[in-house]
Design a protein around this ligand. Structure first.
Ligand code: HEC
Length: 191
């Protein structure tokens, strides 16, 4: 047998046969496109966040936060309700935000959304809710509000005070500080 024929028999024919076998295994229907190998990696089974889970503790996807963990973006707040605690917050906390354009813009937006209904857009205490009969809150430019420290105001917004409820669920801590900066800008004319 001449060498080129032998190469054909020993190498190419088995290689072609192997390719044909592979092709028939991989593409049972060669007219179908996009045969996908290892599809579990492409389409992984997504777990629903509130669903049951076989593999996780307590049989749930959602796991309880480990004790002592501080959720990212949340500032721990070690104050109880009440005036004494508010005064303590006034001494121990300070506003991390400076009096800057973006801060005032965000603070003003939130004040308009969450506070102006009662306090009025100018903070004077005559918002639409008051116009309809609710007892007016004190002016945010009044003597007391001018004397309240930022930290105490943060406590009032977080825990509430008297007739005013807590706004902790509506406004994240960072934004609460911005609202307080905005109130300071409303107080300018009264200073
Ligand atoms: C449902 C009406 C209402 C809303 C909404 C409201 N407040 Fe008040 N706020 C009051 C009332 C009423 C008081 C007086 C509470 C008291 O001392 O009895 C008050 C008191 C305050 C005080 C203390 C003023 C002082 O002189 O003691 C601050 C500061 C304050 N609010 C800020 C805010 C901010 C900031 C928001 C928005 C995030 C807000 N409030 C939303 C009704 C409201």
């Amino acid at each position: 047998m001449n060498p080129s024929r032998r190469t054909l028999l020993v190498f190419f024919l088995p290689a072609i046969a192997l390719l044909l076998i592979l092709e028939s295994l991989l593409l049972p229907n060669p007219r179908e496109r996009n045969f996908e190998l290892l599809t579990e990696m492409v389409y992984s089974k997504a777990a629903e966040s509130l669903g049951a889970s076989d593999g996780l503790p307590a049989g749930m996807t959602q796991q309880a936060i480990v004790e002592g963990v501080v959720v990212r973006g949340r500032m721990p707040f070690h104050f109880a309700a009440g005036q004494e605690e508010a005064a303590r917050a006034g001494k121990e906390l300070s506003n991390p935000y400076a009096d800057d354009g973006d801060v005032l813009e965000r603070g003003g937006e939130l004040f308009g959304r969450f506070c102006a209904v009662c306090h009025g857009h100018d903070g004077g205490g005559r918002g639409p809710v008051v116009e309809r009969g609710m007892l007016p809150p004190p002016s945010l430019s009044g003597a007391r509000a001018l004397a309240i420290a930022d930290g105490e105001m943060f406590h009032i917004v977080t825990m509430g005070q008297g007739n005013m409820g807590s706004h902790a669920a509506q406004i994240v801590p960072d934004d609460r500080w911005k609202v307080i900066r905005y109130i300071r800008s409303l107080q300018e004319p009264a200073r």
